[in-house]
Design a protein around this ligand. Structure first.
Ligand code: AQP
Length: 328
């Protein structure tokens, strides 16, 4: 039997090349090696206020992007998280055995809570819900970007705690990071990870950005005071541009050095922009085709829900029985 893989994306903002290189690209590559479940995590999205109309629209948009990037709905299961009640149920059961201190330590929580007048408790519970997403399907592999590594460690801690309190129940999931592109940084601020929610029009390259906008954003990307690429002394901006090129093109370190050593920054930006445009154009074309068929994406999500609902129900029942909560 194939091992199960699970990963997800929040339907917030515009999906960018960090989400693609850190997660989606990897998913399309490994999907046939596993029984794959890819989730649009709308319950995670509402840990921060979302406009209801926009959220509904985004869920279908993300489903379209998944398929346009190469997720094969005949083989892989695509679901909207909130359509399977087991995510919320298991999340509560796991919340009851997760110390608050574990959640307060999470760096994503600390950075998202910083500066907020009212911190919603859902924001703190975010990683427990993520643990529930993974453990609900007994997934053994979770392909994510580097920013999610700490949440995966927490998932293993929660699973371990449950297993030792109530007996072996959950499979211990393994984190699968891409070799290149695990952390794509903002083009305007290369010290910070590229993020959907970051302000600034030059921060992220969205997967649906038109080619000219992509070129313009790369042209404005932050570099450093060197006139050309020097692999020994380059700053984080240049390193990020080279990382993006390498992750898209999949060329070796030696090929990167041979191609880029001594290249002027203006030419570097153009070369990286063209590499990204050539990869995103076919994805954008497929996206336009997929979304032009009314009801198609809603059908894919319903098919996904129906496929995984029994697995989720089985895990919830087992967890309840183990904990002594009344179960049928
Ligand atoms: N900059 C990044 N580099 C590499 N991988 C990244 N991922 C996110 N940003 C980068 C990976 O994309 C997947 C989906 O992420 P998400 O949308 O669920 O949440 P996120 O990590 O919080 O992404 P953002 O872009 O930063 O969104 P906001 O601003 O809304 O919080 C994950 O596998 C993640 O590792």
């Amino acid at each position: 039997m194939k091992k199960r893989v699970l990963s997800g994306v929040q339907p917030t903002g515009n999906l960018h090349i960090g989400n693609y290189l850190g997660a989606l690209k990897n998913w399309t590559k490994i999907q046939y090696d596993y029984e794959s479940i890819f989730c649009i995590v709308d319950l995670h999205a509402i840990t921060v206020y979302q406009s209801p109309e926009e959220l509904k629209r985004k869920i279908l948009e993300i489903a379209g992007i998944f398929l346009a990037c190469g997720i094969d709905p005949k083989h892989s299961t695509v679901i909207a998280q909130s359509t399977v009640p087991g995510h919320s149920e298991l999340s509560w059961l796991l919340t009851c055995l997760t110390p608050i201190g574990w959640l307060e330590r999470m760096t994503q929580y600390k950075s998202k809570a910083a500066g907020q007048e009212t911190i919603l408790s859902g924001l703190m519970q975010y990683p427990v819900l993520m643990a529930a997403d993974i453990l609900l399907y007994q997934a053994s592999v979770v392909p994510v970007g580097d920013d999610q590594s700490q949440h995966l460690e927490l998932t293993r801690d929660i699973a371990q705690r449950f297993n030792s309190l109530y007996g072996q129940t959950f499979v211990m999931p393994e984190t699968k990071l891409p070799t290149v592109g695990a952390r794509v940084m903002g083009l305007d601020e290369p010290e910070k990870k590229m993020s959907k929610s970051a302000p600034g029009s030059g921060h992220a390259i969205a997967l649906l950005d038109p080619p000219d906008l992509i070129r313009k954003k790369f042209n404005r990307a932050t570099t450093d005071s060197n006139p050309h690429v020097d692999f020994e002394t380059m700053g984080p901006g240049v390193q990020n541009l080279l990382g993006i090129y390498q992750a898209f093109s999949e060329v070796s370190d030696d090929e990167m050095k041979a191609k880029f050593s001594g290249m002027r920054y203006g030419d570097l930006k153009k070369t990286v922009a063209e590499m990204v445009v050539s990869h995103l154009e076919p994805i954008q074309k497929r996206f336009a085709e997929i979304t032009s068929e009314p009801g198609y994406l809603a059908g894919v999500l319903e098919e996904g829900r129906a496929r995984v609902a029994p697995i989720a129900e089985q895990t919830v029942q087992l967890t309840k029985q183990r904990m002594g909560v009344y179960s049928t």
